[in-house]
Design a protein around this ligand. Sequence first.
Ligand code: GLU
Length: 514
Amino acid sequence: MTDTVRVRFAPSPTGPLHIGGIRTALYNYLFSRRSNGTFILRIEDTDQNRFVEGTEKYISEALQWCGIIPDEGPGYGGEYGPYRQSERKSIYKDYALQLIEKSNAYYAFDTPEELDQMREKLKAAKVSALHYNAITRTKMRNSLTLSEAEVKELLDSGQPYVIRMKVPQKEEIRFKDLIRGWVMVQSSTLDDKIIMKSDGMPTYHLANIVDDHLMKISHVIRGEEWLPSAPLHVLLYRLLGWEESQPEFAHLPLLLKPNGIGKLSKRDSEKHGYPIFPLEWNDSQTGEKFLGFREEGYLKEAFVNFMALLGWNPGGEQEIFSMNELINLFSLERIGKSGAKFDIEKAKWFNQQFLKAKPDKELAQYLIQSLKADNISCDQEKAIGISQLLKERITFIHELKEKGLFFLVAPQTYDEDMVSKKWHKTAVEVLEVYKQAIAQLETFSYKNLHAKLEEVLEKAEQKPGVLMPVLRLSLTGSGSGPDLMGIMETLGREETVNRIDHAISKLSDKIKVP
Ligand code: GLU
């Protein structure tokens, strides 16, 4: 093992990646950056039956969005390519043949019917694991039971065959997982896995090991669902004579449903209406549509932060991290063994925190652009004012426009419930006095508006609870919203006064006399 860290993210293009998959990519990326190593994207597309059009593009786009940029991979260059397994087909066969030569693998000619018969026999004999293994292989049609001449004839005549690895009958296979510690498995519990299929394509196991070796992968960081395959992989390293360069393994904890029971699945997203995919995905075959964090309005920084803490934590109280901070703090040792619960409320909280921290200018720019799309113009100063007032009150950036629209378009209707509760004669009288007072303010500032409010209330011997609701109704049409002084300051004198006048005249017949 050299000291150079080379890690890979090796998705199969069988559909969009959900957050669990992209978390694997993120942890690989953080680990590579922390160790000044190399992060590789490898597309494992040997299983043509499960190929789903558009997945590779989706994966690349999702990685780009999150800022998880491969150093090597399809479209990214690198000295160890090609990085799509379907383009490496010719490489794998040689290794399968090498294994056969050393008697660590064999040809198997069994038909599907023969395999079924074998399983039926095992079932009848009450054998629980229906494996093709050191015992059953002796009864099957393969190059271990057939003569050399028979094998040659079958091969020459183009009979379909697979190549199986020859798992030793009794051997303890052990390896140390960096997250789980020692893992030990008896080879008698393993199957003689197919490593080359009858279509000449390698299976996942062979292609994965050969590529990890040829691409000089130092650490395999992947989801827990691959843990059962790891002993086979360790065995393959040994059978191929590559023990010395066997990578370290780290199997990441599962992502669990919000209630902690069972694996998170795309059905959870459908059921609860929240995203579990980084980007939206439209399944052209089934017509299904899955929500994406990006399209739902999550900031990529928040999404990355949320993902990073699903199974890993650096210790301490801090919860908000930039990508650079994550890189500096990341370590495999601090990844937990137990599953991590997916909690969309936490994702929203992260989004709020990142929104709050954004410079007002940036939010204002966004607001100006999104209003432009609706042909509403808004100058920079006003947009900054709106952003300042609203950023504490929104979870998603698109709410800036929804919640901020009243700053630009005066209310035409007024919350009826609030009107019937608060539009009292005294309240409207105090509102009129306040309006006149602020119309004459030397400077129409937050501080002065506030001072005037107190002054007017004191003179009228009224409580803020009388004036505030009617003032808010006049300015916004609704009963809740951001700070009123801030609203008036942002609206400016003329607009504030106009709105109050408009409300007083429009609601004149609604005044309640106590
Ligand atoms: N192609 C496998 C997958 O789809 C890769 C597993 C591994 O990283 O070894 O997740």
